[in-house]
Each structure stands twice: as structure tokens, then as C-alpha cells.
Design a protein around this ligand. Sequence first.
Ligand SMILES: Cc1cc2nc3c(=O)[nH]c(=O)nc-3n(C[C@H](O)[C@H](O)[C@H](O)COP(=O)(O)OP(=O)(O)OC[C@H]3O[C@@H](n4cnc5c(N)ncnc54)[C@H](O)[C@@H]3O)c2cc1C
Length: 461
Amino acid sequence: MSQADAYRQLSFWHDTVPGALDPGPGLTDDVEADVAIVGAGLTGLWTAYYLNRADPELSIAICEREIAGFGASGRNGGWCSALFPASLGKLERMAGREQAIAMYRAMQQTVNEVGSITIAENIDCHWAKGGTVEFARSPTQLQRAKDKVDEARLFGFDETDLRLLSAEQARDLGGASQVLGGVYTPHCAAIHPARLARGLAGLVADRGVQVFEQTPVLRIEPGQLITATGTVKARYVIRATEGYTPQLPGQERAIAPVYSLVIATAPLPDRVWDQIGLETRPTFNDLRHLIIYGQRTADGRLVFGGRGAPYHYGSAVKPTFDRVPEVFAAHRRRLIDLFPVLSDVAITHTWGGPVGIARDWCASVGLDAATGIGWAGGYVGDGLSTTNLAGRTLADLITGKDTAITTLPWVGHRSPRWEPEPLRWVGINTGLQAMTRADHTEARTGRQSRLASAFDRFLGG
Ligand SMILES: Cc1cc2nc3c(=O)[nH]c(=O)nc-3n(C[C@H](O)[C@H](O)[C@H](O)COP(=O)(O)OP(=O)(O)OC[C@H]3O[C@@H](n4cnc5c(N)ncnc54)[C@H](O)[C@@H]3O)c2cc1C
């Protein structure tokens, strides 16, 4: 199998993204640049995009171990949302009420920013800003929906940001089973993520950014990136490696990679869509503890994913971890449970990838002025839009601009390191199992699970 064919098989999105997936040229010699970036996911690509826009004279080099869009950026659930992994309450404790609100407002604005840039730059990523509907399918989930809306109101977010839905209103958006109510936010678009990542990579390359593919970085040092085939010397060096970060020397406990797995159905006939709805392509989930997420694709499929795969000892990341048949089977059961009309649905694609989790569940972006080393990540499963805010922020920090986004509470935030093994392995996997058990207990007893809140406390969430 050719390398390009192997990349096609990474996910439904890679399989259907236009253009060849043959790797571009790698680094063959030492080079110099103003800014060197490790990783051509959306963090690296947005950083390059905004830097180039701010100053087209800057020389920018990206080293990517595989191809642009290989990682989470090319194979996620396609929710371009305003979600941020740290809650408003947590951000308030970190930085005060105004800053917490500013962070959430910046995320909402970021969704629109991604939409307008993709239109302005002709990146057709199947953008559909239909919002998100979260179904409440049990009394405990309904309570969680109310709590969510109450918290938003305490911080001044009104009906135009988040609103409680009656059972009928929720079912009008999507014909899920057992619906008692729900929550709706308009701040989300469903997209084809590989179209975005590959489109952006092509764009920055056309504007002179050097993207060296199949070029693994072995070490990051102040002023340089070291690879087996050459060194990139640069005043600024940016780590944009998210779930793969622990593989870099010195970063073993910075981020924990936790796997999220996804399935895609065959295109569904109109008679099925008549029952499922989701006409404006709102992304959807329900309010269980163990996260699930879905979207109706532009070509009439359902893409549906969630957690449930184990965390691997030592923060290991391997291609074989992307595929766990039992988790795919569980996702298919959950999807049919949500939409029973899918009882004999064919699944055409299965895949997965690592999301990066910081120990305090708070994403961060920053630039160390002394060393010139910058970073962004720890987005958990909310990076598709957050990478854009990260890229804009890094561009402002590198070009020395004080802007409204360079003072947001996640800028310069340092998360604590994860525990050493085996504590990390025990803690994360116990937590994942606790979430699954909590959902079963709640479904059985109708009461809120204490296990789940204990896990929340372990993560500091
Ligand atoms: C299955 C799944 C579903 C998700 N669903 C959603 C969603 O619906 N909405 C949402 O907001 N977020 C979602 N996420 C999270 C989101 O995709 C990520 O947070 C985001 O894409 C991170 O972008 P990134 O550029 O930081 O990292 P990545 O896209 O992972 O890019 C990192 C890149 O660095 C490269 N790299 C790593 N190490 C090295 C090295 N040593 N040398 C050179 N290159 C290196 C990798 O090959 C990779 O291409 C999901 C993630 C997964 C895995």
C-alpha cells in the first residue's frame, strides 16, 4: 500500500478529503527561520497563517512527523464549537469573573472567525452553523441541563447563548428517543475537519510557509528544533503537538493522551432523515457523563464518536490504539439507542485518535519570552475552534502585540504535571470506568451518581 493510501485510511474525513495525500518534501538540511513550529495540525497551521498575515516577510518553517492534518485536527468529530475545557466557575477561580466571561465570549467569536476565514480564503469545509442540541434523556440528565443553563445565567449568558428546550423543542431539532428536554446553543458549526486542515496547509504553503512533512522533531531547544535530517534554527520555536506531546523529551508528564473513537454510517436514505431530522446540521449529544458527540455530514451520513477507549500506560500513542472493536460496537449500540430507526445501519468507517488532557483540565497557550519557546494545547476534545484562538494569540505574542486576546486567562497558564506512572494509569482509567458506571447507575436508579463527581474532583474540573 502506498503511503498516501495509508493516510486515506486514517478516517472517514481523510478518505473523502479532496487532493492527494502524498507527503510533501521533508527537511534535508539545516535551515534558518524566524519561527519554527513542531506539528502541522490546526494549532501549527493557524499560527503560521496569522503570523504570515501579520507580517508576510517572516520566514516560518513547520516540521510535521507525518502529513499536515494527520493528527486529531484531521480526524475529529467536526464540532467547531465555543466549548472550552475549563468551566466558567473554574476560570472565575483562576482569574476572576470578568476574565472567565471574556474567555467564553472569545470562544464564541472564534467560531465565527473560523467561518469567515474559510469563506474568505475559499476553504470549503462543509461549514454549517446549526448550533448544538444536547438531549436530556433521563431525569438526571434533565437536571444537568437546568444546572448548565443556571450556571450560564449567573455569568450573564442569556437565551441567545444557551437555552433550555422542552421535550417537543428538542425533538423538533433531532428525533432522538426518550427525550425529556434539552439544551440548545447556536455557537457551533458542523464541519469536515480534514478539508479545513488540508485546505489551510495548502494555503500557508502557497504563501511561502515551509511545511516539511515526514520530518519528526527529536528535540525542542531554545532557538532550535532538532530532527534526524537537519536542524531548524529560529528565534521562536512553537510546540503544537497536542496528544503526541509526551513523546518529546522533557514533556512526558505535560499532557495525557486519552483516546476518542468514532464511527461513520453509510449515507442514509431520505426516509431515515425524515425521522432523525437534524436538518440544519446541529451537532448533537446527550447529557451522560462519558462524552458522546455526533454530526450529520454534508453527504448525509452520521458521524458519531465518544470516549470509552482506555488510556495507555506511559502516555503511549500508537496507530493500533485508534481501533478498538468493542468501543466501535458500543458506539453503534449507543447511536441506535439514540435513533432506533438506525437498527440495521451499515458502518463504513471506524477510526480514532488521542485528545490531549492537561492535569487541571485547562487548555493553555503561551510564549516564554526568555527562551522563545511557545506552546498551545490541552484542549481535551474542544480543540477544533480553540486552535484558531491559539494561533491568533501566538501570532500576537510573537509579533509583540498586546491585544484583547493576549490577556485571556488561558494565556501563560501553566498546568501542573500529571502524576508519574503507575498512578496516572490507575487514576485516568479508574475515572473513565467510573464515568461509564455512573451512566449505568443513573439510568438504573434515576439518581445522580456520586462516583462521577468524585472523578471530577480528581481531575480538578
Ligand atoms: C477522535 C477525536 C474527536 C475529536 N472531536 C472534536 C470535536 O468534534 N470538536 C473539537 O473541538 N475537538 C475535537 N477533538 C479535539 C481536536 O481535534 C484537537 O484538540 C485539535 O485538533 C488539536 O489540534 P493540534 O494541532 O493541537 O494537534 P494535532 O492535530 O494532533 O496535531 C499535532 C501534529 O503534530 C505532529 N507531531 C507530533 N509529534 C511530532 C514530532 N515530534 N515532530 C513532528 N511532528 C509531530 C502530529 O503528527 C500531528 O500532525 C477531537 C479529537 C479526536 C482525536
